[in-house]
Design a protein around this ligand. Structure first.
Ligand SMILES: [Zn+2]
Length: 261
């Protein structure tokens, strides 16, 4: 991401956008709650904590306390940051494209092993949606609803992380129990075919391992006799995870449309 003056200016611009959001919007609600938390000395890792320091540092104490900026706020921000720096902020945000996830997970050409077995399983359909950036996560829904990137955080846990595909499958605490069950089951599937110890990614999976297993073809690195069962286990996890999230998501989106907040 951007750093130094460009980051400060980007932060001020985002603050202005958030202040201007209608109160009925989820992002406005999350933003005001986060600001209140920071004012009460909480939200140690919150974006608003950083924002507060910058905004007050630029003598915008009133704007911070009222969560309101003047109509010409963007001009004020432009005075603080040159147009060149502003472009670099925008460019850094644009780098997070849907295609990056696909490129990260598909290092070679050809059809991936998990896709060869079809997408009839509901979990395979979830996997496909996540892989193609077509699942309505905050990261994807945010741009369509004018929610700035720093506010596209996961609404279902306290981690304050961007709700990306990676966050959902590998680290969101809303699904910890499902994830742990899935990994335990994967180990029991892989154990009978293992020569020696199980691979590290099964014993102590990193976030990257979990993403590769859930959204890539990591399971197909296991011996051929157990790989299909391992893939199915992962797809079951995705099915259960998605069912849980869908129920909660329905409460925050508008008019029954999963892409509207
Ligand atoms: Zn989360």
């Amino acid at each position: 991401m951007a750093s130094g003056p460009s980051r400060q200016a980007g932060l001020l611009a985002v603050f202005g956008s958030l202040c201007s959001l209608p109160r009925s919007r989820l992002a406005a609600h999350v933003f005001r709650n986060s600001c209140n938390d920071v004012d009460k000395g909480r939200g140690k890792f919150s974006w608003c904590k950083i924002a507060r320091g910058q905004i007050i540092g630029h003598n915008f104490d009133t704007e911070w306390s009222r969560r309101k900026v003047a109509a010409d706020w963007s001009n004020t921000v432009h005075e603080i940051c040159s147009s060149q720096l502003w472009s670099s902020v925008q460019a850094a945000v644009r780098q997070k494209s849907t295609l990056l996830l696909f490129a990260d997970l598909k290092p070679s050409v050809g059809v991936e092993p998990w896709l060869k077995h079809g997408v009839q399983h509901p979990g395979a359909q979830v996997k496909l949606r996540l892989r193609s950036g077509c699942a309505p996560l905050m990261l994807r829904v945010g741009p369509r609803n004018g929610i700035p990137e720093p506010m596209r955080v996961c609404p279902f846990c306290d981690d304050r992380q961007l709700e990306s595909e990676e966050h959902v499958v590998s680290s969101c605490s809303l699904y910890s129990d499902l994830r742990e069950r899935c990994m335990a089951r994967l180990r029991s599937i892989a154990e009978p075919a293992a020569v020696g110890a199980l691979p590290v990614w099964l014993r102590q999976p990193s976030d990257t391992d979990l993403v590769d297993a859930c959204l890539g073809s990591k399971c197909w690195e296991l011996p051929a006799q157990v790989a299909p069962a391992a893939e199915q286990c992962v797809q079951n996890y995705l099915r259960l995870l998605w069912a849980r999230r869908s129920k909660l998501w329905a409460r925050v989106c508008r008019d029954g449309d999963e892409w509207r907040l």
